[in-house]
Design a binder for this molecule. Structure first.
Ligand code: HEM
Length: 129
């Protein structure tokens, strides 16, 4: 039987690999002071944030996977949180890249922010039980 939240583990390791590849691509131009408008430019900062978020949120998904193993199943709130952590981890870097090219796209961050914060609150409630 597949352990609970196994999907979060699969997606997490895929995102870690993608995050490393992003870092590699960033690294190809890292030496150029003016790349993407320079180190402090909005575009470069958002590309960097996309790279960091991909790896950090993958780690959150792995933490969720191990937390889920300690809780009773089936567990509908954890099923929702499972999808919320995946949606958040995938959409946060996409929002960063979108906003890097279109400053008006700020509102799209509401998707990853609500997915992640809502999922964390669901897990918090479950671990309190
Ligand atoms: C193969 C692995 C990795 C490569 C090739 C890589 C490459 C890079 C490069 C080239 C930059 C600079 C981007 C720029 O100049 O705008 C960067 C920034 C950054 N990376 Fe990675 N990275 C890797 C893994 C990681 C990991 C595992 C973490 C931690 C979760 C991480 C966290 C960061 C942070 C926090 C920054 C921003 C640093 C700063 O403020 O300048 N990276 N990375």
């Amino acid at each position: 039987m597949t352990p609970p939240a196994h999907m979060n583990l699969v997606v997490a390791w895929l995102l870690i690999a993608v995050g490393f590849v992003m870092g590699f691509v960033l690294g190809l131009n890292f030496h150029r002071e003016d790349w993407l408008g320079g180190y402090g430019s909005r575009k470069r900062r958002l590309y960097r944030l996309g790279h960091i978020a991909t790896i950090a949120l993958a780690m959150i998904n792995i933490l969720f996977y191990f937390t889920a193993q300690t809780l009773p199943h089936p567990n509908p709130p954890l099923e929702i949180a499972s999808w919320g952590f995946i949606i958040g981890a995938v959409t946060m870097p996409l929002c960063c890249f979108w906003m890097a090219h279109d400053q008006r796209a700020r509102a799209v961050f509401v998707v990853p922010v609500l997915s992640l914060a809502g999922s964390a609150l669901l897990v918090f409630r479950e671990v309190l039980r």
